[in-house]
Design a protein around this ligand. Structure first.
Ligand code: GUN
Ligand code: ZN
Length: 485
């Protein structure tokens, strides 16, 4: 297993350093896809824009005599003019789109080794999302056998190249887990979640999110994870928060050819833009009109697309370092209902989130109901249950700082001595908070009250709270004290 050092963490995301033959990559990292046939934006330009690595398709090189001879002679790095990390894919994608490729797993794996690829991908079978279960099972068996074969070859080489385990299993959670467990036992360097392109293209982000969670629930935390085919910046924050370390993007170029302009919150058509919402080199030196009428339209849009993609990766990294990735994710999921839906399903994986998410942070900004399900809120509730409380009478103030306990949705009660302490004391929440957050906080309070039957709880509330609490039947050890308006 390649050296992967994790240096900062937030949610399930991390900043890591992955050792490769061409130096360390700092993750999360984005590898633009380079078509060896087309010199769209030259790799050396892409390097200048901040790419630590690129990904190219070994099969496209292998099947063309001209390219194959040239790359064999020069080596991959000097052929592409790129001195960073080069990852190669195996032709599996061509296999999934065109049905057949004329190469074996052994041939394409050995070829990647021969041309000096830093990160080598076996010939997996991406099973489409609408496949029947038997089909997905059969494909996965073949993929697993090929992974074993690739691993055997890789062991024999005396080099430091990294070997990828593509994870398949279509939309079947148990098959995805099986794929991850099998690969982790064989000990690969990178685990790449495959066959996600059709799901992304049809905006089924909820499925992507749940499959990633299933995989992460069985994959050891120290394993680097690549997400194949997720090149839209809108998905980066959520994917990183679920533990994805690497992305590839063909989207920057493919979208550009259709006149589609990427932003972190979605896609715009170049024909419909009057003012660019971006300040990259392209957008600050051209008007949308000029880009539309330029003979270099596609290249200009592609350059912008790549720029915003790298920018979003840097923004996510900074959010990890500041421990504000939850806040960033909760903002970005509002860009597409299916992202919002998928993230809301994360409530099911709260134990998984809790095992990863750091228990101390500087701040807690409430951004919406999704904030209620953060591990900080769940942990607070657990801690409260275990807390020793001394005294016969406890005042819980809903309205000011004067009480033994204070009350703040979505957390509920917390000792007033911790009013400057993360999370509850520190939390910034709106006064007009959603009813769900209030309900959760009240549940937590009621849980505490019913645990401590021999303590009398005085709830200091105002008229507004009185109205909200009117249908609650409190146990006998509770008194309401109404103050103010
Ligand atoms: N590129 C996009 N999806 C896939 C996949 O499932 N496998 C491989 N090898 N490459 C991909
Ligand atoms: Zn731009």
């Amino acid at each position: 297993m390649a050296e992967f050092e994790i240096i900062a963490k937030d949610v399930m995301g991390r900043i890591g350093k992955l050792e490769t033959p061409h130096g360390k990559i700092e993750t999360p990292a984005l590898f633009p896809v380079i078509n060896p046939n087309i010199d769209f934006i030259p790799p050396r330009e892409i390097r200048k824009m901040g790419a630590q690595g690129i990904i190219t398709n070994a099969y496209i090189i292998y099947r063309s005599k001209r390219l194959k001879d040239a790359v064999r002679k020069k080596g991959l790095h000097s052929f592409l003019g790129f001195d960073g990390v080069i990852m190669t894919d195996s032709g599996s994608y061509q296999l999934s789109v065109y049905g057949d490729v004329e190469v074996t797993n052994r041939e394409i794996v050995e070829f990647q080794h021969e041309i000096g690829s830093d990160i080598i991908t076996p010939l997996d079978i991406p099973t489409p999302p609408d496949a029947r279960r038997e089909h997905a099972e059969r494909d996965l068996e073949i993929t697993m056998a090929r992974l074993e074969e690739a691993k055997e070859l890789h062991r024999r080489w005396d080099d430091r190249s990294l070997l990828v385990a593509p994870l398949q299993g279509s939309v079947f959670s148990d098959l995805r887990r099986k794929s991850a467990i099998f690969s982790a036992e064989l000990d690969f360097d990178i685990y790449a979640v495959g066959a996600m392109v059709p799901l992304m293209d049809s905006y089924r982000y909820d499925v992507v999110i749940s499959l990633l969670s299933e995989i992460k629930s069985v994959l050891p935390s120290y394993c680097p994870v690549h997400l194949f085919g997720a090149g839209h910046p809108m998905i980066f924050p959520v994917a990183v928060a679920l533990g994805v370390d690497m992305f590839d993007s063909a989207a920057y170029a493919l979208y550009a050819r259709d006149g589609r302009y990427l932003t972190p919150s979605g896609t715009l058509k170049i024909g419909e833009i009057t003012d660019f919402p971006c300040s990259c080199r392209v957008c600050s030196s051209h008007t949308p009109e000029e880009v539309r009428n330029s003979g270099e339209r596609d290249r200009l849009i592609a350059e912008h697309n790549l720029y915003v993609s790298f920018e979003e990766i840097r923004t996510v990294k900074q959010a990890i370092r500041n421990n504000t990735l939850f806040e960033m994710v909760e903002e970005r999921i509002r860009c597409h209902p299916s992202l919002l839906n998928g993230w809301r399903n994360m409530e099911k994986y709260s134990d998984l989130l809790e095992t990863y998410d750091p228990s101390y942070k500087r701040s807690f900004f409430y951004t919406g109901v999704e904030s209620c399900y953060r591990p900080a809120v769940i942990r607070h509730r657990k801690k409260l249950k275990e807390m020793e409380i001394y005294g016969k009478e406890i005042v819980v103030s809903f309205i000011d700082g004067d009480g033994d306990f204070l009350f703040k949705p979505p957390f509920g009660p917390y000792p007033s001595g911790l009013s400057e302490t993360y999370p509850a004391g520190h939390a910034e929440v709106p006064r007009n908070i959603e009813i769900e957050a209030e309900k959760l906080a009240l549940e937590t309070l009621l849980e505490l009250i019913s645990e401590k039957k021999d303590i009398r709880f005085i709830l200091k509330i105002n008229g507004g709270w009185k109205e909200k609490l009117k249908d609650i039947r409190f146990p006998e050890n509770v008194r309401l004290r109404i103050e103010g308006g």
